[in-house]
Design a protein around this ligand. Structure first.
Ligand SMILES: NC(=O)c1ccc[n+]([C@@H]2O[C@H](COP(=O)([O-])OP(=O)(O)OC[C@H]3O[C@@H](n4cnc5c(N)ncnc54)[C@H](OP(=O)(O)O)[C@@H]3O)[C@@H](O)[C@H]2O)c1
Length: 291
């Protein structure tokens, strides 16, 4: 087995829980063999955070892979950080049961982080006013699960500042993490400031623009200057702002290379070079219209 070479930097969440700043994304990672191969490669080079969701339909495989691999890497459950997310189909009163089902599929007694995946309920129109009530009901269930120690931290994903402001007026437990699409072509400056002001840790998804940003000339230029890959530069761009990243790869050598981001920094000129064209480019869904 390959020897682990480095560790992820961490962030302390607003409830004192420590979260690695770099983890493995698992969207589109399916099948026990592929999941096991990716998780094995990730654990070997130092990944300790795994990001899944009910809708990815891989919780069971991830649970099996971790169960099998952790002892082989000399690790236990408490050495790793597992995030899962509430399916939009369960937004509302079904949140408690949905979370317990995720735990069962993962074969875990607790989750390190549980997120509301999307601010609207599946099957309802975005502008359906019932979405707000469903969010509130789901959050209440998550607070109960948090207090009962099924979840070590609670958070949300794809929330806009409007959704977040609404949550803060009703919550008992403050959200610890906001997971959103975040990369140089969608720098989310206002949302990042909101998170800093309100003690919420921002975590980026689609840092590589689902692969599309890897061939942008600006990224290539900065990568060449640092003798790094374009992927490493895109991940460093977020990490430099204190934002966590969860790149997905099914390829062991890319998984390893995506973790090799701790030995270089980007200058202000590099950040400027990477600042995109001023327009917002989304590779994933846009939550702006969700009531
Ligand atoms: N909360 C949400 O709504 C939400 C939405 C989207 C994603 N996410 C989470 O965020 C994670 C990451 O986002 P993402 O999967 O959308 O996209 P991403 O991480 O930006 O990009 C993944 C793509 O880039 C390729 N790739 C990865 N590393 C590479 C490298 N070093 N060189 C070349 N290609 C590379 C991968 O292909 P290979 O696998 O072939 O390497 C894959 O096609 C997801 O897996 C998921 O866990 C959350």
């Amino acid at each position: 087995m390959e020897k682990q070479t480095s560790f992820s930097e961490t962030v302390t969440l607003n409830n004192g829980v420590t979260m690695p700043l770099l983890g493995l994304g698992t969207f589109h990672l399916r099948g026990l063999q592929d999941v096991t191969q990716s998780v094995d490669a990730a654990l070997a080079c130092g990944y300790r955070l795994f990001d899944t969701a009910s809708v990815y339909r891989n919780e069971e495989e991830l649970g099996h892979a971790l169960h099998q691999l952790l002892p082989l890497h000399g690790l236990t459950r408490s050495d790793i950080f597992i995030t899962s997310k509430l399916s939009p189909a369960d937004l509302g009163k079904g949140a408690r049961e949905a979370c317990l089902r995720s735990l069962e599929r993962l074969g875990c007694e607790y989750l390190d982080l549980y997120l509301i995946h999307w601010p609207g309920r599946q099957g309802w129109k975005s502008d359906d006013a019932r979405n707000a009530k469903a969010r509130q009901e789901a959050w209440k269930s998550m607070e109960d699960l948090y207090e009962a120690r099924y979840i070590r931290a609670v958070g949300v994903s794809n929330y806009t500042e409007t959704h977040l402001a609404e949550l803060l007026t009703t919550c008992r437990v403050w959200p610890a993490v906001l997971q959103v699409e975040f990369h140089p072509w969608l720098p989310q400056k206002s949302l990042l400031n909101w998170c800093r002001e309100n003690g919420v840790s921002l975590q980026a998804y689609s840092s590589l623009g689902c692969g599309d940003l890897l061939n942008k000339e600006e990224v290539k230029k900065v990568a060449k200057a640092h003798r790094k890959t374009t992927s490493q530069v895109l991940l460093r761009w977020a990490l430099k702002q204190g934002v966590g990243v969860i790149p997905k790869s099914a390829d062991p050598s890319r998984i390893k290379s995506n973790f090799d981001v701790w030995d270089f920094d980007l200058s202000e000129e590099d950040m400027q070079e990477l600042s995109g064209d001023g327009k917002e480019h989304r590779y994933c869904w846009n939550p702006k219209g969700v009531a």
